[in-house]
Structure formats: structure tokens, C-alpha cells
Ligand binder design. Structure first.
Ligand SMILES: NC(=O)c1ccc[n+]([C@@H]2O[C@H](COP(=O)([O-])OP(=O)(O)OC[C@H]3O[C@@H](n4cnc5c(N)ncnc54)[C@H](OP(=O)(O)O)[C@@H]3O)[C@@H](O)[C@H]2O)c1
Length: 254
């Protein structure tokens, strides 16, 4: 066995597929999400793999449950050497339909749902002088995009938070990083009513996620071409960026 990895948001999409990928490569995988039945089914899917998957159901917005899950995993399976904090939610929000309630909902799951597990993991990993924590952000955190005022800001916040922590925790032996996917074909994007450039199959995305986490580099971002286009766009001055966004949005509407 390669070690113990904890994945949040493991009942569906990228988290689920990444759990299977880690288990195929011999890891003991602990998975958390609210849907207990889906997690139990996933346990069974890994029955013939080199590693295994164990369900620890819970809501990432509940700090007490996150504390008890970390203790349970470490008692049952051993020290968590790697965490992939992937649980997340998405709701489009336009400027005309701006609602504080949507900001709160996405902040609670995407940001606090990463912060509660990290609060438990960081002190344990510092004591051990070893460990890896990756949070799943998004390329939508690079710059403000249309309809993404609620979602994009949570992901931009996570990128910024992990940059701060990388510098501080590396000397303590704890590696932290950010995973920034483009569009992946999962239940989260299947509700989108617009064409998604460079849409990636979930199994390919999970392979790249696991490779990147094992490699330990700060940012794991895919698919590569889309990421580089957005990184170039990120460098544009506002005087060029806003006309470009307006043009792309107009083209899509017409
Ligand atoms: N799909 C994409 O194109 C894309 C692109 C960039 C970034 N991402 C990010 O990738 C991550 C995974 O997304 P996905 O596309 O795989 O979406 P998904 O299929 O909708 O999966 C989301 C996962 O998060 C879990 N989750 C949501 N709220 C939770 C809560 N309060 N407590 C515990 N678990 C919770 C869900 O499980 P339960 O409902 O069972 O709790 C589910 O397992 C998210 O952070 C998302 O923002 C996705």
C-alpha cells in the first residue's frame, strides 16, 4: 500500500474518479461526502484494486464532523499522508441576479469546506514533519468571468490562501498546493447550457490530478492548452480584458 489519502467530495465527479485512481495505484483511500449510499457503492467498486476505499460520510461545512472524521481515519487506516479537498458546489449568478445568499452558500462549501479539514490536518502534519494538502480550485479563479461572481471568487480565494500557506508550511515539511481544472464532464457541468471549450473526460482529469499531487508541484492545472490561454488572458490589462470579455459574451449570445 502507498499510504493514506483523504478525498472530500468523493461521491461524484472528479473526487469519485480520483478515489478510484488512487486505489488502483495501491493507496488506502478515505472518502467523504454527504451521500452515504454513493460512498458505500464506491467502496465496493474498489474491491479488486491494489488499494482500498473506505467511506466516512459527512458535511464539509460541519467543523465538528471534520474533526471526528480525521480522528476516525487515522485510527482506522493510519496517518493521513495526503489530502485532496475537492468538495465543491457551483451556481451561476449574473450581476442582474446578485444575491448575498448565493455568495454565502458557495463560500460555506468551497472555502469553509476546505478550511475546516485543513484546520485538523495542518497541526497533525506539522508534528509529523510530513504531509500533503491539495485544494481543488478552478481556472475560473484566475480572473472574474461572466456569471461567476459567486463561484469564481471562492476559487480565487483558495488559490490565494494556498499560495500563502505554501511559503509558510514548506519549511515545516508540509506540502500544500492547488488543483485548477478547466471544464470537466461531471454532474457539476452537465447542467451548463453553453459550449464548454476543451471539455475533459473525468477519467483523464483524475489521472492528471493524481499525477500532479504525487509530483508535489504547487499548481496542478489541466487541460494544458486551455490553462495556458487563460494564463495569457490573466496578464491582459483591464483596458483590454473587459472589451475581450464583452466580445466573447456577445458572440455567445448572438
Ligand atoms: N467539473 C468541472 O468542470 C470543474 C472545473 C473546475 C473545478 N471544479 C471543482 O472540482 C470539484 C469537484 O467538482 P465536480 O465537477 O466533480 O462536481 P460534482 O460531481 O458535483 O461533485 C461535487 C462533490 O462535492 C460533494 N459536496 C458538495 N457539497 C458538499 C458538502 N457540503 N459536504 C461534503 N461534500 C460535499 C458532493 O457530494 P454530496 O453531494 O454527496 O455531498 C460531490 O461528491 C469542485 O470543487 C469543483 O468546484 C470542477
Amino acid at each position: 500500500m502507498s499510504g493514506v489519502v483523504w478525498i472530500t467530495g468523493g461521491s461524484s465527479g472528479l473526487g469519485r474518479q480520483s478515489a478510484l485512481e488512487f486505489a488502483k495505484r495501491g493507496w488506502r483511500v478515505a472518502v467523504t461526502a454527504r451521500s452515504e449510499d454513493e460512498l458505500k457503492e464506491l467502496e465496493g467498486e474498489a474491491a479488486d484494486f491494489l488499494g482500498d476505499i473506505t467511506a466516512y460520510p459527512g458535511d464539509v461545512t460541519d467543523p465538528k464532523r471534520m474533526a471526528s472524521i480525521v480522528s476516525e481515519i487515522e485510527t482506522d487506516l493510519g496517518a493521513i499522508s495526503t489530502a485532496v479537498l475537492n468538495a465543491g458546489t457551483y451556481r451561476p449568478m449574473t450581476g442582474e441576479d446578485f444575491r448575498a445568499e448565493v455568495i454565502r452558500e458557495l463560500f460555506d462549501v468551497n472555502v469553509m469546506g476546505s478550511a475546516h479539514p485543513m484546520e485538523q490536518l495542518i497541526p497533525r502534519m506539522i508534528v509529523r514533519g510530513a504531509g500533503k494538502i491539495y485544494v481543488v480550485g478552478s481556472v475560473s479563479g484566475y480572473r472574474g468571468l461572466p456569471k461567476a461572481a459567486a463561484y469564481g471568487f471562492t476559487k480565487a480565494g483558495l488559490i490565494n490562501m494556498m499560495e500563502s500557506l505554501r511559503a509558510e508550511l514548506t519549511p515545516k515539511g508540509v506540502t500544500v498546493g492547488i488543483i485548477n481544472p478547466g471544464f470537466i464532464d461531471t454532474p457539476l457541468t452537465q447542467k451548463n447550457d453553453f459550449p464548454m471549450p476543451f471539455l475533459m473526460p473525468v477519467d483523464k482529469a483524475a489521472e492528471q490530478l493524481v499525477d500532479g499531487v504525487l509530483d508535489g508541484r504547487f499548481e496542478v492545472a489541466f487541460p494544458r492548452t486551455f490553462v495556458w490561454i487563460l494564463k495569457l488572458v490573466r496578464m491582459l490589462p483591464y483596458a483590454l480584458y473587459f472589451p475581450l470579455v464583452r466580445r466573447v459574451t456577445r458572440d455567445r449570445e448572438s
